[in-house]
Write a protein that binds this ligand. Sequence first.
Ligand SMILES: [Zn+2]
Length: 173
Amino acid sequence: MQQAESLGSYGAEIVANYDVYTTASAMVETADRLNEAEATPQQYLLLVGGLRSLARGEHSERSVLDSYLLRAMALSGWAPGLTECARCGTVGDHDYFLAQLGGVVCSTCAPAGSPRVARDTVDMLRALMAGEWETIDAAPGRTVAAASGLVAAYAQFHLERGIRSLSHLESHR
Ligand SMILES: [Zn+2]
């Protein structure tokens, strides 16, 4: 899919704002990467929906991107475990999130020294995955930032090669 084509009728709004533009670029680059193996209508519709939301300025750019990344990876079979331990399957409120293990993990499965993740960060990840925008928009900045860091780490890990525009966003903010 060509970048200009997928930006479509939202192009003018998107290029008018630098943060919106870099966020849109990260989304399009992610979609291209995911679609190298198999381009599906679901992926296309998800991308178009995300770009439209960006163009309209409905939510923070960062949250639109994070929600898009989680859902796009889920469509490609890489949904992070958020309700049960990604390693052993134990259901519960777990305190660790490890991209390389596939999502939240329980205290037994988390390697020694793993950093703990706040409950509201995991709740934020669930909201981003589900597209619960009332919850997402109401989240405090530190929760948005903490969840965003985990989403970026997860995306970078699973997309194998680093997404250039994602790492640009990371260093930019
Ligand atoms: Zn476990």
